[in-house]
Design a protein around this ligand. Structure first.
Ligand SMILES: NC(=O)C1=CN([C@@H]2O[C@H](COP(=O)(O)OP(=O)(O)OC[C@H]3O[C@@H](n4cnc5c(N)ncnc54)[C@H](O)[C@@H]3O)[C@@H](O)[C@H]2O)[C@@H](O)CC1
Ligand SMILES: Nc1ncnc2c1ncn2[C@@H]1O[C@H](COP(=O)(O)OP(=O)(O)O)[C@@H](O)[C@H]1O
Ligand SMILES: [K+]
Length: 505
């Protein structure tokens, strides 16, 4: 699913109005009608509804919602924030329509003292600003936003299209923004919903389709995308009935050190469960028995070093590996750094680089330029900062992420609630599977194994990152559904990977 900017959403509205028999006022009726229907599905008329409207089209939506709910027997009070003498044409039109039958329910808000006392069970609808937000809210208008937020413990707050105060595609943290329980957003996800710094604002997002013109959606390029099942279906390739183990590649996993062999086991199991044909694991001597006993399906190469991997660069001279994954539990010994440097000089195909391998690159930044094109880096935010430096805010970090992926011609997976996958062509895909149960040691090691397993089967790096991150989160969601977010561990993500292949695509 494409994620459009606020400017593109305005274009999509205008395109729809120009190419379909619908006016802007009609489109507003349709959008607000979807909101009203959602509200009626979720709340009965015993709940008094308090709608706060701005003077733009978001306010217009609020006025239509007010009329429709009143028509259906709800008690509604609609306050209009008079922060500007001017209103949009459709807002004026919808105000007239509301006042025609229900003028006694409408009042003006010109200061915080006009904020109403809310009865028990009241629902707050925030229709003050939508995608037209162009600057932080100030003065008494900001005061009204704060008063709305003060009601959060007692009343449900529902934002129309966007929480008022939030800008669709720019960072504006530390400003007055509605903290909604639900956001009913039209047609598309907005970039703002996917940023960590905006976590307090949108609440649960429901996307309501309003029939924007499909030609605009397919023809307009977008920089940001949200991964979905449709994309996975175009990527996934069922196995060939005549396949043999050579068909799906020989993967090499370089992982583990004394005290961190678990990371290597998790990656190895995940790599095999993702479908690799053969897997060899390069481990330090202390890890030999552990790996052989824990994972009989994997072969084992033992380092000369008893505790660390320091001689793995030699492996690539003997076997024609299809994919290499490096990093989980690796440690950052000088010998490991040397061997990594040699490996990067001799290996030219895409590889998966995670955890301590990323930390080594942070310490020896000249290695960045030696990463083979098409490789996959999987940093969490701290590792990302160590690699590429700090960012002022989430949108700045997103720009940095994309810039680095383009300039190094690699894929960078910035892990989190909505993992962001930056591609060498500048596109960024957000992933929506996964849950906080995955915030547990070893989850990232599992992802590295899955990605290595997919690369070894000849999935392109782009296909591997999109499918791998999706399946990893999907398996995590299945694990959480069966075990709870608290009780699930990284091992359970691997256990549910099979079901994720069956049900998630
Ligand atoms: N045909 C359409 O264009 C449709 C638009 N829709 C609604 O329209 C919304 C966008 O409407 P608008 O573009 O009118 O924008 P908004 O309703 O978001 O408000 C923008 C207005 O507020 C002013 N403003 C922006 N930031 C401000 C601030 N910090 N302090 C004070 N004033 C500020 C702007 O100058 C402008 O007049 C969408 O979010 C959606 O709710 C929907 O009705 C669907 C159809
Ligand atoms: N709240 C969350 N929602 C969705 N996914 C999450 C959440 N917390 C963690 N994850 C996922 O779990 C993985 C954790 O990776 P990482 O921090 O590297 O773990 P580790 O180093 O312990 O293996 C990432 O893929 C991340 O996207
Ligand atoms: K709003």
């Amino acid at each position: 699913m494409k994620i459009f900017s606020a400017a593109q959403i305005r274009e999509a509205d205008a395109f729809t109005i120009a190419h379909e028999p619908i006016s802007s006022s009609g489109l507003m009726e349709r959008a607000a009608g979807k909101c009203a229907a959602w509200l009626e599905d979720h709340y009965s008329p015993v709940h008094p509804v308090y709608i706060f409207c701005g003077k733009g089209n978001n306010g217009g939506d609020g006025l239509v919602i007010a009329r429709l709910l009143l028509d259906h027997g709800y008690t509604v009070r609609t306050g209009i924030l008079q922060y500007s003498p001017k209103a949009s044409a459709d807002q004026e039109l919808k105000l007239q329509a509301l006042q025609e039958h229900y003028s006694s329910t409408v009042y003006d808000i010109g200061d915080i003292s006009d904020f109403p006392a809310l009865p028990a069970n009241a629902i707050i609808i925030d229709a003050i600003f939508g995608t037209g937000m162009s600057r932080p809210i100030e003065g008494w208008t900001a005061g009204i936003i704060h008063l709305i937020n003060d009601q959060r413990q007692k009343h449900v707050i529902i934002s129309v299209d966007m929480p008022s105060g939030l800008m669709a595609d720019e960072s504006n943290r530390h400003t007055a923004v509605v903290q909604a329980h639900y956001t009913l957003s039209f047609e598309f996800y907005k970039l703002a919903f996917l940023l960590r710094e905006n976590a307090p604002y949108a609440g649960e997002v429901h996307i309501l389709p309003i029939g924007l013109h499909p030609d605009y959606i397919t023809q307009t390029p977008a920089r940001y995308h949200l991964s979905d099942r449709e994309i996975m279906r175009t990527i996934y390739r069922p196995r060939d009935p005549f396949a043999h183990k050579g068909t799906y590649g020989h993967a090499l996993l370089i992982a583990g050190s004394y005290g961190k062999m678990g990371a290597a086991i998790l990656s190895a199991r995940a790599c095999l469960r993702a479908g690799a044909g053969l897997l060899s694991c390069h481990v330090p001597q202390c890890g030999y028995d552990i790996m052989q006993i824990s994972e009989p399906c994997a072969m084992c190469i033992t380092d000369e070093d008893p505790r660390y991997n320091t001689h793995f660069h030699q492996d690539i001279t003997n076997t024609n590996y299809k994919a290499i994954g490096i990093g989980p539990g690796l440690d950052t010994q000088p010998g490991t750094a040397k061997s990594f440097e040699h490996l990067l000089s001799g290996w030219q195909r895409p590889m998966v680089i995670d955890a301590d391998a990323l930390n080594l690159i942070s310490v020896y930044p000249f290695l960045l330029a030696r990463i083979p094109a098409g490789s996959i880096l999987t940093p969490h935010p701290k590792e990302f900062e160590r690699l590429f430096g700090p960012s002022a805010n989430d949108t700045a970090r997103l720009d940095l992420l994309s810039k680095q992926a383009v300039s190094l011609q690699i894929y960078i997976i910035l892990k989190g609630r909505y993992t962001a996958i930056a591609c060498p062509d500048g596109a960024v895909y957000f992933n929506n599977t996964g849950n906080p149960g995955m915030a547990t040691g070893g989850s990232g090691d599992v992802l590295t194994g899955i990605l290595t397993g997919l690369l070894s089967q000849d999935y392109s790096p782009k296909a591997a990152v999109l499918l791998g991150v999706w399946l990893h989160g999907y398996a995590g969601d299945l694990a959480a559904a069966h075990l709870s977010q608290e009780a699930m561990t990284a091992t359970d993500i691997i256990s549910w990977l099979g079901k994720a292949f069956q049900e998630g695509i």
